[in-house]
Design a protein around this ligand. Structure first.
Ligand code: EPZ
Length: 433
């Protein structure tokens, strides 16, 4: 088990290169098994959730060649089982995309119920509803396995009751190889929905309208080989934007699609930060303490729930009172208790956090309650006076590649050490004073 030790107080300065989008990668990897030909996927983030899914895909018999840390070739022609109960698969959310992919390809799938970050109840009724509309019988079996079976998958008209990223991708996967036409209404519009659709189309699928709230899919009999590069990670980019702003730094964030960052850029500009957009990069400069605002998380193009802990951390250091409303997940304020230990003044009432900005944080021993909350606590540590020790960083490693390396390159005093390595801790403290 590792932890981060951080000595805060230095502005981040320099350039950082953003990797491929984790949440797109999960849908794309699952989709890749639907062809019986090689599918090359590039710009893959080398993070734990992605690697677990790749192992599970190899576990059902697909040919998996890891060409390098960011490239994999998958060929689904040798798949011999539709039963996915790989030990670690329960821990990741993206495992449920194998349900849609296997159901679409073989009319049959059995996958262990998905886990993922504990940020709310996270039901999967909309996935179930979508598969059932396509003609599948979906059951929860003993041992927490979801099974989906159809004699034949037939296109259908599906209206999602809630805007769900996961259900939209899962239904797109299954419907790509169903007979006839499927229409998904009230679909999610996140950039990774568009990326998964573009990827499936590159394999011969016929999906139109991804990125709007009506997606039309004409099922095809077969999907074929493809080479595809995943879009940059909007949330990794946003996290570095916030870190630059919080440390009063000057950071050029490269390999991004600035349009995907509009909601984040707009909030930063509103509170007094400079955000300069280029073709495939953004520069964030903060020269002084920023101002207050209101933020409400919403499905894309609204402010992303996956950026809520990070912006709340920034606002906790800004002037005045801010209000952050979480409208997607009911349990996404668990980091507030940890931030309070560092001196933040935040009151949570229901799905709302009322934040009274403080001048600075004090370093403390804190624990990452989930992936994005963990990232927010790193940002807090980078600002705090003195040393912050952050535990449970395995959550962070699920979704951020070389997080510490990228901050160190921007001038941060930070190290990843074993939790029991007292010597490394002392050495770090001596080195950075
Ligand atoms: C995806 O989760 C992401 N995970 C999450 O990223 C992200 O926070 C979320 O989308 C929202 O953008 C992956 O892509 C693996 P949803 P998902 O279905 O698909 C409700 C991160 O930090 N709902 O869009 O699980 C649900 O409870 C993670 O990278 C139903 O009611 O999210 C929530 O309130 C965390 N029934 C809302 O919809 C359903 O069947 C949106 O959830 C499905 C969802």
């Amino acid at each position: 088990m590792n932890q981060y030790i951080i000595k805060g107080g230095k502005p981040l300065v320099g350039e950082v290169v953003i990797g491929g989008a984790k949440n797109a990668a999960l849908g794309i990897l699952a989709g890749a098994i639907m062809a019986d030909e090689p599918v090359l996927i590039e710009n893959l983030p080398n993070v734990n959730d992605v690697n677990v899914l790749i192992d599970a895909i190899a576990g059902i018999g697909a040919i998996v060649e890891r060409i390098d840390a960011h490239t994999v070739r998958i060929n689904g022609k040798t798949i011999e089982s539709v039963y996915v109960d790989y030990e670690y698969i329960k821990k990741i959310r993206g495992s449920y995309y194998l349900l849609g992919a296997l159901l679409g390809k073989y009319n049959d799938a059995q996958v262990a119920l998905p886990g993922g970050c504990n940020i709310g109840s996270r039901p999967i009724d909309q996935h179930k509803k979508g598969f059932e509309a396509l003609g599948a019988v979906v059951k929860i079996e003993q041992g927490g396995i979801i099974s989906a079976h159809a004699d034949e998958l037939i296109g259908s008209h599906i209206y999602l009751d809630v805007v769900s990223v996961g259900a939209t991708i899962n239904i797109m996967l299954a419907a790509s190889m169903a007979k006839g036409k499927t229409i998904i209404e009230n679909a999610a519009k996140e950039p990774h929905i568009v990326d998964v659709a573009n990827f499936l189309n590159s394999m011969g699928a016929n999906i139109k309208g991804a990125g709007t709230d009506v997606i039309r899919i004409k099922g095809v009999e077969k999907l074929h080989k493809s080479e595809y590069s995943i879009i940059p990670d909007q949330i990794e980019a946003g996290t570095f934007m916030i870190a630059a702003a919080a440390t009063k730094g000057d950071v050029l964030i490269k390999n991004v699609i600035p349009k995907h960052l509009d909601a984040i850029s707009a909030k930063l500009v509103e509170i007094g930060c400079e955000v300069e957009e280029f073709d495939d990069s953004v520069r964030v400069v903060a020269k002084e303490r920023l101002g207050n605002t209101q933020v409400k998380t919403l499905p894309y193009p609204g402010f992303p729930t996956d950026m809520q802990p990070q912006i709340a951390t920034l606002l906790a250091l800004s002037k005045g009172t801010s209000v952050v409303t979480e409208s997607i997940f009911e349990n996404r304020f668990k980091y507030v208790a940890e931030l309070a230990r560092m001196g933040a003044d935040i009151k949570v009432e229901g799905n709302m956090a009322v934040i009274n900005g403080v001048e600075s944080f004090m370093g403390a021993a804190v624990s990452a309650p989930d992936l994005r909350a963990g990232a927010a606590l790193v940002v807090a540590g980078l600002v705090a006076e003195g040393f912050t020790i952050l535990d449970q960083i395995e959550y962070i490693e699920r979704g951020y590649e070389d997080f510490e390396g990228k901050f160190i390159a921007l001038g941060a005093s930070m190290e990843k050490i074993d939790v029991n390595d007292e010597k490394a801790l002392k050495k770090f403290k001596l080195r950075v004073g």
